[in-house]
Design a protein around this ligand. Sequence first.
Ligand code: PGA
Length: 243
Amino acid sequence: MTKLIVANWKMNGTLKNTHKFCQQITALAQETETKNTLVICPPAPYLDALRNDLKKSDIKIGAQDCSAALEGAYTGEVSAQMLDDIGCDYVLIGHSERRQQHKESNALFSKKIHQALDAGLQPIFCIGESDADYEANRTQDVLKEQLKALENFKKNKNIVVAYEPVWAIGTGKVASPEDIQNTCAFVEKTLSSEYALSPFILYGGSVKGENASSILSLPAVGGVLVGGASLKASEFWKIAIAV
Ligand code: PGA
C-alpha cells in the first residue's frame, strides 16, 4: 500500500539549504523509485522556491499552517487560498506546537480545516496526548476530544489525520510499535464510527531512518510525519523508501 511520508521542517533552514535539499532529493529519487507519496512542508517563505525546484518531480508541497479566515485584516496570516495559489497540496493543522505555543483550540482548527478544504487543500489534522495524559492512561479520552474538531466534516475524503504523542516529538523517544498500532487503530475506529471518515492515519514523533520501516509496516499506520529527520535529504529519503 502507498504510504504518505510528510516532512515538517518547522522554522528551520535557509533558502540556500532549501535549494540544496531539492537537488539532493531529486537525485535520490532518480536513483531509487518509491511508490510512496512524499510531501515537504517548509517554512512559508520557501514554498515558492521548493515548488520551482521540485516541479519536475512527483514530490508534493505543503504548508505548516493556514489562517482560519478567508482574507482581510489579519496581519501576519497566510490564507489557504494563497497556499493553493502557490501550488500547495497539503496543509498541517493543529500541530502540538501550535496548540502549546499559540493556544489554538478545536473551534479554530475547525475553521482552518474549513478554509483548507474550500481552497482545495488536504488538511493534515494533528492530534496527540501529553506526557502527563499518557502516564495517566488518558490518551484515548484526549484524542476523542481533539477529534471533535472534525465534527463538521463527516464523510470528507480529503482529510488526513496525524497521531503525534507530544512526548515523542523532538525528544528521540518513540512510542512502542504496540502503542502506535493500538492508538492509530483506536483513531481509525473513532473516525469511522463517529464521523464516517476513513482517512490516512500518520504517526509522528522521533521518526527516523532506522525506525521508519517498523513503524510504516504497522497495519493501522498510513504514513509518517517527520520533523528533525526530514531536514537532511539523505535521512528523509531513507524514510521515504523504508517500505
Ligand atoms: P520530530 O517532529 O520528528 O522531530 O519528533 C515531528 C513533528 O513535530 O511533526
